[in-house]
Design a binder for this molecule. Structure first.
Ligand SMILES: [Zn+2]
Ligand SMILES: [Zn+2]
Length: 946
């Protein structure tokens, strides 16, 4: 075997290359092109036939074109001109060059049509399934597989580079090619070795097992499952290993002469070095681009008849990248480094266009690369069936309307009070809870009438619980950690909704739903995540970022080791900083416990005031929550907050009665706290009944759950004259077989009935597992069989549920938590979706729909988004429209808005406290200056009472 083969005459190679470049042929002389016309190079002018003249003419044209492309004319314009490409503003010329080379190779079908490919592979139609395969090939995949089989069986290279974009199915094409070109039954050499990043080991084995029909016996050669001898390999068809494990078998002692190396490896190397393979596949082949790395060398030394490099990014940095892959493939004659270096790499600096053309000529016969947005035979390469999304507007029943209005009315009282006192910002955590509760109310009143379950039950974090949680954190994480968390939460409490720091964010970094300190969990790294996403993450397979081998070998190795350690210990990455954490461990804390207490707020304020007095910092009057900036006692800035807002802008206050009555609002009080000692997250009823300004006649503490009995019988504690209501509330608080189906549930049942005849499968989404529980109950009453998929299930349970759902004749409905399995969950067996609740961020919703609207879906997809009119949900939708619209106008795109950033006006609109005047759009209302409004907003900032 020759890794760096002795160079043939350099002159010969050069002639060969340039004849290639000049003639526009897509092949090396060893592989005559079937398809020269399909080539991107300039066509041969007619009437000119000698290669030499041709070369000259064609070269001149190309140089002119490339000179333009690279702006190379500037290179030779005297002393004021830049002397090198690097001096020219813009892209790094090397990157520019590699992009150019790569682009020239894209979307070339090399003469194959879909029809021709199907015939070549012995099939009849594109819907046929290849023998040994379990899945149908897409059109571009038929072409890819035909090309690959031909590369293996009819060319000298016996392999090649499949460089399709991610998402086009490189793995399935590789497996299909393997199933067509099998080694003879009695062949001694039968095993295909697949080398992959450690993170993909299991995924590859799963693909071999699910995409093919038991054709290949596959083994992961890694860690404790390493094979010991060739005998162990006897009954295997596929061995999957990691780059790191492979390298261990190819350690070459120092001082060995070049000619001794191969002999040493074959005789004294590790098992993989001593084995002759039928085929070797380097997945994520960017690992081997750098020829000097151990991975690149080891792969090149592997002995195999067929050699494939799979990568989505064949050339990214420099043309030298190509060499590592060519050498791995033993693709002659270019696997000779001195000539590759002389003719391509070195030429980059002197004659970039020529180097680029040569690089393309070398790669062209070896590579197939299609891009996601390309066309194939006049159609987009990835064609999905149509997706029909309908917003289904519903009206509450009179019961539900009354309950909703009662409770929303109580939130108005509360919010008006905050606005009047200027404490809205300070109570921001609490306002978020109100938003959450009202959204749940549109699904089913029971969700808030009978709060249950530890996870979203605010009453579990009351005074002493919070203290316990903090002292637990102090013990496990140390005091400085706890203090820094409290400091950050303090800043958030003071900055409110306008904050941009993800560490403090009001939306979960995973599902992007608005979340609250109740549903928030603090990770050891100090970042937060919502409890649903936390559960989903800890129970899912470890997710990788999909970027492999782009660093140096040392960095790659470190990443691999980190990954393996994480797998061994069951760790998962923080969604914000990617640090590997034990999410099942005891170092996960309830965010609510770190909300600053009143004393801490006071103390913080006092300290800042003192700090200001010595420093004399000026405040900046640019806060969304404030239009008040002339309070001379307020020139204090907060170091912790990114926006550095001053206290008065934040609606800080010192007075006792201004302290948030959170305990009165969410649920019934579980514990009476001393006026100065409580925590603002202490639980309470939805709206305080002892409030003077309570104008609502329904008191939520009368509606509270069975499980909270500390106040004795809750039912019946309602205000006078509400006897009828009480019965109604009690009825709607049931979750047993006598459950009242909500408006959304009734429509859900109707839709399922209507769709039943179609035979299609349906996904039912809700963000709240408690809602899915209720739907489950309603389904069982109506005899509907449904599967359930949620974040608490472990991998095995998930696999079992998905397999059952996929099965023809299996259950036709699956209940899924919107927040669950966002990474890679494939549900194409369903093509109907009913979403019971809108997401705060539409992108999250859209991602959930795409679990069934993705490659593999062959039916139209029908999506129904249920929304109840005249509720917070519908207003949320309007607000989204306006805010996304505004952002689009400003940025030219619809992404990147932080919807949780809300002004007082937006909050009032969301709760239904204001609406646009006649002939006024919501947008006009929201952007209009405060003075034109009813004036209620301008008092958002309280007077500083000190
Ligand atoms: Zn989340
Ligand atoms: Zn983190």
């Amino acid at each position: 075997m020759h890794i760096d083969a002795p160079p043939p005459s350099q002159r010969n190679l050069l002639d060969l290359l340039d004849a290639e470049v000049a003639s526009g042929s897509s092949s090396t002389p060893l592989q005559p092109s079937k398809n020269a016309a399909n080539n991107t190079a300039t066509p041969t002018p007619p009437g000119q036939s000698t290669p030499f003249t041709l070369a000259a003419a064609s070269e001149a044209m190309k140089r002119a074109r490339l000179a333009q492309e690279f702006n190379l004319t500037q290179l030779s314009q005297g002393p004021i001109a830049p002397i090198r490409g690097i001096d020219i503003n813009g892209e790094d010329p090397l990157v520019h060059m590699s992009n150019y080379v790569q682009r020239g190779l894209e979307n070339d079908s090399k003469g194959w049509t879909v029809k021709k490919s199907i015939e070549y592979l012995g099939a009849q139609t594109k819907d046929d399934i290849l023998p040994g395969m379990e899945v149908r090939l897409l059109e571009h995949q038929w072409i890819g597989v035909a090309w690959m089989v031909k590369q293996e069986t009819e060319t000298e290279s016996k392999g090649g580079i499949l460089a399709d974009d991610m998402g086009l199915g490189k793995t399935v094409q590789m497996l299909a090619a393997m199933s067509i070109n099998m080694p003879a039954m009695d062949a001694k050499v039968r095993v295909t070795l697949i080398v992959v990043p450690a993170a993909l080991l299991q995924q590859w084995k799963d693909e071999v097992e699910t995409k093919t029909n038991g054709l290949f016996r596959a083994h992961i050669h890694h860690g404790k499952d390493k094979l010991r001898s060739k005998k162990d390999m006897k009954d295997l068809d596929v061995v999957i290993t990691s780059y790191q494990t492979l390298c261990q078998d190819f350690v070459i002692p120092k001082g060995l002469e070049d000619w001794e190396v191969e002999d040493f490896i074959e005789k004294k190397g590790g098992l993989l070095a001593r084995t002759q393979f039928f085929r070797v596949i380097a997945d994520e082949a960017q690992y081997i681009r750098n020829r000097s790395t151990q991975s690149s060398l080891s792969l090149a030394y592997v002995r195999a008849k067929h050699r494939w490099a799979l990568t989505g990014t064949p050339v990214t940095n420099t043309l030298a990248d190509i060499y590592g892959i060519i050498r791995f493939g033993h693709f002659r004659p270019w696997n000779d480094y001195p000539s590759f270096n002389n003719h391509i790499i070195k030429v980059q600096n002197e004659d970039a266009p020529l180097a680029g053309e040569r690089a393309q000529a070398v790669l062209k016969p070896l590579i197939m690369r299609r891009t996601k947005d390309s066309q194939l035979e006049g159609q987009p390469i990835l064609r999905l069936p149509k997706k029909d999304i309908e917003l289904v507007k519903l009206d509450f029943t009179p019961d539900e309307r009354q309950i909703y209005d009662d409770i929303e009315g109580q939130t108005h009282v509360r919010i008006n009070k905050y606005i009047a006192q200027g404490t809205l910002v300070k109570n921001y955590s609490f306002v978020l809870v109100l938003i959450l509760r009202l959204r749940q109310l549109t699904c089913h009143p029971q969700l808030i009438l009978a709060q249950s379950g530890e996870l979203d039950d605010p009453s579990l974090i009351v005074g002493t619980d919070a203290e316990k949680e903090r002292s637990r954190a102090t013990k496990l994480m140390g005091r400085p950690w706890v203090e820094s968390v409290i400091r950050r939460f303090m800043a958030r409490a003071q900055l409110g909704f306008g904050d941009d720091d993800p560490a403090l964010g009001a939306d979960c970094p995973v599902c992007h739903d608005l979340f609250t300190t109740i549903t928030g969990r603090l990770l050891p790294c100090g970042h937060q995540i919502c409890v649903d996403c936390l559960e989903d993450r800890m129970n899912s397979d470890i997710a990788h970022d999909g970027i492999f081998g782009e660093g140096s070998e040392k960095e790659n190795l470190k990443a691999e080791q980190e990954y393996e350690r994480a797998v061994a210990q069951g760790l998962r990455p923080c969604p914000t900083c990617n640090q590997m954490l034990n999410l099942k461990g005891d170092k996960i804390f309830k965010s609510a416990a770190f909300e600053p207490t009143k004393e801490e707020v006071k103390e913080n304020k006092r300290k800042r005031r003192e700090a200001w007095k010595t420093a004399g910092v000026r405040r900046r009057p640019d806060r969304i929550f404030s239009d008040d900036d002339d309070d001379d006692d307020s020139d204090i800035e907060i170091e912790d907050g990114p926006a550095k807002k001053s206290f008065d802008e934040m609606g800080m206050d010192d007075s006792d009665d201004d302290f948030p009555d959170l305990d009165k609002i969410i649920e019934q009080p579980v514990k009476k706290r001393k006026s100065d000692q409580g925590n603002i997250y202490a639980s309470g009823k939805l709206v305080g009944s002892d409030d003077e300004d309570m104008d609502s006649d329904v008191d939520l503490d009368g509606l509270q759950p069975k499980k909270k009995k500390k106040k004795g019988s809750n039912m019946g504690k309602k205000r006078v004259g509400k006897g009828d209501n009480q019965a109604m509330y009690e009825r709607w608080a049931r979750s047993d077989d006598d459950i009242e189906p909500s408006t959304k549930m009734i429509r859900l049942l109707e839709l399922l009935k209507e769709w039943d005849a179609s035979g299609d499968k349906t996904i039912v989404y809700s963000q709240w597992t408690s809602m899915l529980d209720l739907v489950d109950t309603v389904f069982s009453i109506h005899g509907i069989t449904a599967l359930r998929f949620d974040g608490r299930m472990d991998r095995q349970q998930r696999d079992a549920v998905l397999a059952a759902f996929k099965r023809t004749g299996g259950p036709k409905v699956i209940l899924i938590s919107t927040k669950c399995g966002s990474v890679g969950l494939n549900l194409v067996s369903a093509n109907r979706v009913i979403n019971l609740d809108l997401s705060w961020n539409y992108a999250a919703e859209s991602q959930a729909y795409d679990r069934c609207h993705r490659i593999g879906q062959d039916k139209p997809v029908w999506i129904k988004r249920l929304v109840v009119e005249d509720t917070i949900e519908e207003r949320m939708l309007k607000l989204q429209d306006v805010k996304v619209g505004l952002a689009e106008a400003a940025l030219g795109e619809g992404t990147g808005t932080r919807l949780h950033k809300m002004s007082v006006k937006e909050i009032k609109f969301l709760f239904g406290m204001t609406k646009p005047k006649e002939q006024q759009t919501l947008q006009q209302m929201l952007v209009q200056p405060e003075s034109d409004d009813d004036g209620a907003d301008s008092d958002a900032i309280e007077e500083d009472s000190d």
